[in-house]
Design a binder for this molecule. Structure first.
Ligand SMILES: *Cc1c(COP(=O)(O)O)cnc(C)c1O
Length: 245
């Protein structure tokens, strides 16, 4: 018997209970912060999860899935080709991967430089609708490896809005993790201001992609229209290796 065979399969009822719990958190935050009911979309972040877990959630009604790693995503897309999933790419983008990303995804949340945006636009197949994109903003202030600095955002948005095969939908961020609600809100409020400033400049944006398992309430309080949830839906990723006999 291979070691994997000794692991208990995750019961389907677990998926259903976790999905219901996340829906409940979203609904309660919408109510608490005077957001219209149903104004926040749930994106299931399925990195490291096997295709079968995605299929189970799909059967429970989940349609939007987010993946971080291209090769892993392509394998799952092939395994789930019979389903009508809306695929979101949310990971760092290497410029030699743009062709495949532009061919296989409906959305890209992690555009943070014009070179990548141009390539995605040029390589988006004519047979597909324009690729929906969000600009990833580095609001942590610690110059992390991904995201456009807030001060460079207006210029990048202008340039991306010109690209014919992209549809600029909004902004995305991954703030530094914090357990403090007020601190979580501060980061998301900065995003909301950037978002509103771009709208005031004439960009027709409708998507604020922010909030994860640990901070979705703060994100919804500050106007998130899409929350990206992994752990709360699937359980912990990369469980510590068990020493099987
Ligand atoms: C992994 C990941 C998430 C989900 O994080 P959880 O804390 O597991 O909900 C959301 N967004 C991005 C970009 C991620 O890489």
């Amino acid at each position: 018997m291979k070691p994997e065979d000794t692991l208990q399969p995750t019961p389907r009822s677990g998926n259903s209970a976790r999905l219901a719990a996340v829906h409940r958190r979203i609904r309660e935050a919408e109510q608490q912060f005077q957001r219209p009911e149903g104004s926040v979309t749930l994106l299931a972040v399925s990195k490291t999860q096997p295709a079968e877990r995605l299929r189970e959630l799909y059967q429970l009604g989940q349609r939007d899935f987010g993946e971080n790693y291209l090769q892993e995503a392509l394998a799952k897309q092939a395994a789930l080709a019979d389903l009508r999933i809306c695929w979101h790419f949310i990971g760092p983008i290497q410029s030699n991967k743009t062709k495949s990303i532009s061919e296989h995804f409906d959305w890209v949340h992690s555009v943070d430089r014009i070179k990548v945006a141009r390539r995605l636009s040029e390589q988006r197949p004519e047979t597909l609708p324009a690729l929906n994109v969000c600009l990833q903003v580095d609001i942590s202030g610690e110059a992390s490896k991904s995201g456009v600095p807030p001060e460079a955002l207006p210029e990048l948005a202008e340039a991306v809005a010109e690209l014919p095969r992209l549809r600029l939908r909004g902004l995305m961020c991954i703030p530094a993790p914090s357990d403090d609600f007020a601190e979580q809100r501060r980061a998301f409020a900065e995003m909301r201001h950037g978002f509103e400033a771009l709208r005031a400049r004439g960009h027709a944006l409708d998507t604020l992609s922010m909030g994860m398992s640990g901070d979705l309430e703060a994100a919804i309080a500050e106007g998130a229209t899409l929350v990206r949830i992994g752990t709360a839906l699937f359980g912990p990723r990369n469980p510590a290796p068990t020493s099987n006999p």
